[in-house]
Design a protein. Sequence first.
Length: 335
Amino acid sequence: MLNATKLTKSFPGDVKAVRNVSISLRPGQIVALVGASGSGKSTLLNLLAGLADADTGEVQFNDERVLGPSEKLVPGHEAIRLVHQEYQLMPNVSVRENIAYALRFFEKSYRNFRVNELLKLCRLTDVQERLPRQVSGGEKQRTAIARAIADKPAVLLLDEPFSHLDLPNRLLVRDLLFDLVRHQPDGVVQTSCLFVTHDTTDALSIADMLGILRDGKLIQLGAPADLYHRPVTAYAARMTGPVTIIKAKHVSLFDLPVSGSPDALVCLRPEQITLSDAGTPGTVRAVYFRGSNFELDVDLSRYVSVRLFTSRNDVQVGQLVHVTLVDAPVWYLKS
Ligand code: ADP
Ligand code: MG
């Protein structure tokens, strides 16, 4: 179990990269932290891995303090692995040798066995003899993951594992992480995984817990569905998916009573709004094709535009439509 308590880290120039962050990671758990660029994601990962010294607070692994580089000759912790955003592969040796290097202290026959197993798990068998520059981005990413998990660390930390990948490769890495954490034989110490991302599409689908980072602070932590439906702030709402944020006074457009302050913010997810025969009239401003459905922006007044999904393929920009809110309470944001 990885436990971080009240971690803080500043950089020269009064940059508070991580502020008072506490988080824990149980065996077999997948936690995702989502935040905009510069919100402190990479800095936090370095602290968790023992690769940077915190100003205050501490990281514990199984009740033992994880030492930072100022206290340890070789930085890092044997049970914790961090996969950097830039992969950091050795450029002059093959994919296979990059992975095998992580097992250099093991006996040769086990090393060969384990490397073959990892190549298969990470779908790298066919490219194992190539150099990193001769493989695709997705293959580089999987090589970095294979190397990180080679000696079965208890904790795997990943910095934006999906950000450089195209859709098929994103799905491959997603399934790989899922398999790694979930499908371990009984009796084996379960890996836990924490990854950071600026895009929740991947995070919502595989994480057990989702956290929102803003300006170095962990502003919300909970089950993905909870954060999706009940984000605390407009930032948390936008970080967790497509959303319409309007002032409370405008919910009267939907024939709903306004509760609380008229200037409070309300969060409407696209699936809460549907096209209907009657209801609030509006004009279609934009139509986006999404494959399985369409995303529409509909102007309801000069100030209010809402985003919704529809499977109808006959809706055109400029068309007059009607929308209704599905029958569920609207969610008020804190700011
Ligand atoms: P993210 O990974 O979410 O993009 P980072 O953790 O890289 O965010 O950075 C958080 C903040 O700390 C940013 O404002 C960044 O400029 C600053 N920062 C990160 N590393 C350093 C450093 N080594 N020196 C000075 N400032 C840094
Ligand atoms: Mg980063």
